[in-house]
Design a protein around this ligand. Structure first.
Ligand SMILES: NC(=O)c1ccc[n+]([C@@H]2O[C@H](COP(=O)([O-])OP(=O)(O)OC[C@H]3O[C@@H](n4cnc5c(N)ncnc54)[C@H](O)[C@@H]3O)[C@@H](O)[C@H]2O)c1
Length: 371
């Protein structure tokens, strides 16, 4: 293992601060600095975690030659421009989901990564959750058989979250449902068809430019006989938060628990009827990590953050994400998901909303996401 440590600056210290203790313990990362515009709040966090380098300006971070990579955790509308600026400054980028809010920004990021050889990874929590890792193991070992169909849902009532969510469109934050259905077989989405359903309040509709409460989308997987269904809402629909992933194989199928905290269900074909369904809990995968960060699959720093109250620690994914990117830098390989895959996952949602606006017409994913 290389002994080089990569200097990281975390930008945005809400959800972003979750990663500070993980990077502090990771053998290949030096938790170099933090950046937040609100100076008082920034000092509070930097003091608590004893971080010396502090920035209130993103430009100062990018001008610092000691910074190897930025981990961007700013609000969604800022992901695209912040990533592009970091790449222009010669920094590697890990960015929380989604990659960007327009297809053009995704294209620019993919092109810049190809031009510069810098690493880019979208920090998608779902594909490093213990459930996904468990299902992926079952699939890789042939236990599911051939995949016949996948479905994923992400209902979440965003009332009480930062105001910018009122300007968001459900399918523009869809990577938590897109990533598992594409990530399981490492597929790309070829085209989508999406319908809007129900109505949201006129105030929210005016703010976001979207009138539908729910968006429900079918995805055609490229070079595969499989299709998947995903659906989302952000407001005005009654359901507990859930990020579910159901997979149907010829031999075994996995269905996500209906209520958070309950057990999932594994179905085995050809068993006697009453033995087909079995309740299961996904095991933890901390053993895949360096010992120093294993404890973070179950530890949450800020359990009061709405994201953790509703997201229950994102399936223990945070240390896996940090490790994936740190080792990609150390080993000089592409992280997973890399820029092209992240663009395909993000553009599914962007294309889906375009399809919604066209009454469900098929919209093809741009070529630069299929390479
Ligand atoms: N499961 C997941 O993948 C997951 C979970 C939670 C949040 N997130 C993502 O993390 C991001 C942040 O979410 P949050 O809930 O912490 O939001 P938030 O609004 O609470 O925090 C955003 C942070 O970014 C900082 N910021 C904004 N603009 C900045 C700038 N120009 N320079 C430096 N700092 C800036 C703010 O000061 C704040 O600290 C969002 O994009 C969200 O989608 C992802």
């Amino acid at each position: 293992m290389s002994t080089k440590q990569f200097n990281v600056v975390i930008v945005g210290l809400g959800f972003g601060s979750e990663f500070i203790p993980i990077y502090k313990c990771h053998p290949q990362v030096n938790m170099y600095g933090v950046c937040r515009r609100n100076e008082t709040e920034m000092h509070k966090i930097a003091d608590a975690f004893e971080i010396e380098k502090r920035y209130t300006s993103y430009d100062e971070v990018l001008a610092d030659p000691n910074v190897d990579f930025v981990h961007i955790n700013s609000p969604i509308p800022d992901h695209g421009w912040m990533t592009l600026k970091a790449l222009d400054a010669g920094k590697h980028v890990m960015c929380t989901v989604p990659m960007a809010t327009t297809i053009d920004e995704c294209r620019q990021i993919v092109e810049k990564v190809a031009e510069t050889g810098l690493k880019y990874m979208m920090a998608e929590t779902v594909v490093y959750s213990r459930e996904f890792l468990y299902i992926k193991d079952l699939y890789d070992q042939g236990e599911l058989g051939d995949i016949q169909y996948m479905a994923a849902s992400h209902p979440q009532d965003m009332e009480g979250w930062p105001e910018y969510w009122e300007r968001m469109i459900p399918m523009h934050y869809a990577t938590h449902v897109v990533s598992p259905v594409l990530g399981l077989m490492n597929s790309r989405a070829e085209y989508v068809s999406c319908l809007g359903s129900g109505v949201i309040s006129p105030e929210l509709a005016e703010k976001s430019g979207n009138q539908y409460a729910v968006e429900s989308c079918h995805i055609k997987l490229k070079d595969s006989p499989v299709a998947a269904h995903i659906w989302r809402f952000l407001f005005d629909t009654a359901r507990q938060y859930r990020e579910s992933f159901d997979v149907y194989g010829t031999k075994k199928s996995f269905e996500w628990a209906l209520i958070e905290g309950e057990e999932h269900v594994l179905h085995t074909a050809k068993n006697p009827e009453h033995e087909i369904a079995q309740r299961i809990t996904a095991p933890d995968f901390a053993s895949r990590l360096p010992e120093a960060i294993q404890k973070f699959t179950t530890a949450i720093q800020d359990a009061e953050h709405l994201s953790f109250i509703q997201g229950a620690g994102h399936g223990g994914s945070h240390p896996h994400l940090a490790h994936q990117f740190a080792t990609a830098l150390a080993d000089d390989r592409d992280p997973w998901p890399n820029a092209v895959i992240s663009a395909n996952w993000t553009c599914v949602g962007l294309c889906a909303h375009e399809s919604t606006n066209k009454g469900g017409e098929i919209v093809r994913l741009p070529d630069f996401t299929l390479a």
